[in-house]
Design a protein around this ligand. Sequence first.
Ligand code: UDP
Ligand code: MG
Length: 333
Amino acid sequence: MKKTVISVVVPVYNEEAVIHESYSRLKVVLEGLDDSYELIFVNDGSRDATPDIIRGICETDSTVRLIDFARNFGHQTAITAGMDYAAGDAVIVIDADLQDPPEVIPEMIAKWREGFDVVYGQRAKRIGETFFKKFTSAAFYRVLQKLTDVDIPVDTGDFRLIDRKVCDALKRVKERNRYVRGIISWLGFRQTGVEFVREKRFAGETKYPLKKMLRFAFDAIASFSYKPLKLATYVGVTVSLGGFSYLLVVLYLKMFTATTVTGWASMMAVNLFFNGVVLMMLGIIGEYIGRIYDEAKGRPLYVVREELNFTRGGQARPAVVQKSGEKRYPLAA
Ligand code: UDP
Ligand code: MG
């Protein structure tokens, strides 16, 4: 029987402190499998020694491959590139910092063999992350679920296994500002989860500071819901009704009583408040327009500077510009 091939995709950005450790832990797990495998590192424009370390590993280990981006294109794009290049029958995405334990991989493969097309890692517990991160993350997944019609499982990251069918389907989704795990849920297929304990980062710092986290959160919401746009309608209708009722009261007081209606301060307060609301709504609309603009330009999702240990007819390949899903390369012999 033909051996199955497992591709493991690891996005890395300034991870020099963890690369060696994650490589060796992944290697132990992968060697323990009955399948062949390839280990694809996607260097997302690191400014430290990360790519050099991986190049070194590539020289001694032909199962390790490197996709070197021309600059930092972002975590979700790095995952996408890895999936574009992966040649396996199943593709597993895992973070480099060992927060997703590689030891869960055999469990995922077992579920895949049972017939599931997507096996996502679900965080039963998170160790060593700040209260703030845990709280915002828990809140985010729940808000997202309320806002979207797609059933995106809560508390899952990008640590998951997808079948070749899913990977091919994913390649046809060309959108930018990608929220990959959402798109995978949107695709459907037979999905299931395996629980794991999310460990502390092995070394180094998180590459998701608050600003990036917020952007990521809004990308997720904007890709899967236009409910924020409807907010303008709801607020507008409510405020108009309120305003109209108040107008009736003022007219009544003016015509049928001797009271004069005063209130410069309250006028100002109301004015400022609603100007704020209007600007906020414009901002939300702007976010969506910006995303349309990004799509309209149709730039490639990422630019690759160098590829290592991918072979096509045994020839080294030059740097290429890729649109998501255009090419697929066979495994090295
Ligand atoms: N990452 C990346 N590009 C980026 C930011 C992060 O490829 O612009 C990678 C990073 O190297 C890691 C994974 O994405 O392998 C998750 O990042 P991190 O662990 O910093 O996020 P956190 O676990 O804190 O949410
Ligand atoms: Mg991490």
